[in-house]
Design a protein around this ligand. Structure first.
Ligand code: SIN
Length: 504
């Protein structure tokens, strides 16, 4: 029998930018933030290099940012949500700057704006080149720790949800201090991040294995577009797990992709060359590597001697792998980077289940469609995290009735490794029915021996929906279905762990 505690307020699970933005914004209530890792660790936000996309310069407009977001999303972006993101993005950046995030500035004191792929103009606010995530998170953590209404409990690993008969989610089950503890509250905001830890090659913290997504799905929340997984083209191939990133901003600065013959190959794949949409660049690099030609990011001319000050995180990662990017091209590999799919929410982060909210990468707001525009994730986390926190704080208090416990089993490490390798091979940059069926066979066998594990539920959502989507769109490329159908989102719910309804 697990110990049960009551928290008279809102429970936020996850302490990345989205979770902490929600916590900080819910000023009307007490907030308990639960996180497995210490603050600033175990979340992708702190690892983000690129920055925050927002129309902050005089020549830019939110409408143009929204337009680029819609275009990048390959037909599946909700234009209303994209407009909201673009309208509220500048204020989100200013708010974080006000908390102390040290964004790069022009000589006039304005936000310096960088160019990244598929943006029609320079629009990315950065911190010391590639330090955006760290700079923003350090400022936010400081603000959260001094906010009187927020309590943070680290070392609390999400294991389950508590659901009332009416479907409302009024609590969580966490593993802390070596035992399971049930904590009830007025509402639960999931900010549990993405699914990078399900892939053999990932740029995100390994512990992000889709547990929040899996629990919400098992509780019956609507899930959207789980098949859309973004692969970053230029992770640094130096044998590290997770693989460090070489930010897209390097290509924005003019770095070129070359193969082992020295050929600059991107022009053969897309007119925009290095600044083509991320999925196109990832497939081109995959193709060069598969053909035995290798792929390298050559920043010698574009950045050269400025590397240590201009991109300190990339520079340090390269040196740790024995590469000096001032004088050597950087070996690169596509890596799982971001999950566009997630728990379907409205504009205030509310899911289809009462009192359950989702924010950040585990959510599907409709902003990213089939392909997220570069540097839209931090800004989405800040904008929609804040909206969700405010909304959850305004919920009418409820009395907790009988609660049903939805619990996940942990997946043993060797089994997780087998799953990760299979996900990268069969649900990666290129997909086909043969590989996806092989993957689903493996998931089925693992489910039979390990029961409901978050990693397996999340992996099945990706694989099932990737198999069902018989077209190529954005980040989802089916070698056996290279064409496109009418654009339609995947919207699914599970009942008793099995897909109950599917509407694409
Ligand atoms: C990057 O810096 O290339 C990553 C930015 C992003 O994923 O939006």
């Amino acid at each position: 029998m697990a110990e049960r505690r009551h928290f008279d307020g809102i429970i936020v699970v996850g302490a990345g930018l989205a979770g902490l933005s929600a916590a900080l914004a819910a000023t009307e209530r007490k907030v308990l933030v639960l996180t497995g890792a210490p603050l600033t660790q175990g979340c992708s936000s702190a690892w983000a290099q690129g920055g925050m996309a927002a129309a902050l310069s005089p020549g830019d407009l939110p409408a143009l940012h929204a337009q680029d977001t819609v275009l990048a999303g390959a037909g599946l972006v909700d234009p209303v949500m994209a407009a909201l993101l673009a309208e509220e993005g500048p204020e989100a950046v200013r708010r974080l700057a006000g908390l102390g995030a040290p964004f790069d500035r022009t000589e006039d004191g304005d936000f310096a704006q960088s160019l990244e792929a598929a943006h029609s103009r320079p629009r990315v606010a950065r911190v010391k080149g590639d330090q955006a995530g760290r700079g923003v998170m350090n400022a936010l953590v400081k603000a959260v720790l001094s906010a009187g209404h927020v309590e943070v409990r680290s070392g609390a690993v999400l294991r389950g949800l508590l659901q009332a008969v009416c479907g409302a989610v009024c609590g969580v089950v966490v593993q802390m201090d070596g035992r399971l503890v049930e904590i009830t509250g007025q509402a639960v905001i999931l900010a549990t991040g993405g699914i990078g830890g399900l892939y053999g090659v990932t740029t995100t913290p390994a512990e992000l294995q889709g547990d929040g997504l899996a629990l919400a799905a098992l509780a019956g929340a609507q899930i959207g577009d789980p098949e859309f997984v973004q692969f970053h083209p230029t992770a640094i191939d130096i044998g590290r797990d997770p693989v460090p990133l070489a930010t897209e901003a390097l290509r924005g600065e003019g770095a070129k992709l070359v193969n082992n013959t020295g050929e600059v190959f991107m022009t053969a794949y897309h007119a925009e060359a290095e600044l083509a949409p991320r999925d196109v660049v990832a497939r081109a690099i995959h193709a060069e590597r598969a053909a035995g030609r290798g792929a390298f990011l050559d920043a010698r001319a574009a950045v050269g001697d400025h590397f240590p000050e201009a991109f300190p995180a990339v520079f340090a990662a390269c040196l740790s792998g024995g590469i000096d990017p001032r004088i050597q091209p950087i070996p690169v590999v596509p890596a799982c980077h971001y999950h566009m799919g997630g728990i379907v929410t409205d504009a205030v982060g509310a899911t289809s289940l009462p009192r359950l909210f989702a924010v950040g990468e585990c959510a599907s707001t409709g902003v990213h469609g089939a392909n997220r525009l570069a540097s839209n994730s931090l800004v989405e986390a800040a904008v929609f995290g804040t909206r969700a926190g405010r909304d959850a704080a305004n919920l009418t208090p409820t009395s907790i009735t009988a609660l049903h416990r939805i619990l996940l089993n942990p997946l043993p490490s060797p089994t997780l490794l087998e799953l990760r390798q299979a996900m990268s091979r069969d649900a990666g940059v290129l997909r086909d029915a043969e590989g996806l069926l092989r993957l689903l066979g493996l998931i089925g066998r693992l489910e039979a021996s390990h029961g409901p594990c978050g990693a397996l539920v999340a992996a099945r959502l990706v694989a099932d929906c990737a198999l069902a989507r018989q077209e190529s769109r954005g980040s989802h490329f089916r070698q056996d279905y290279p064409g496109q159908m009418e654009p339609a989102r995947t919207l699914i719910t599970l009942k008793d762990g099995v897909m109950e309804s599917r509407a694409a």
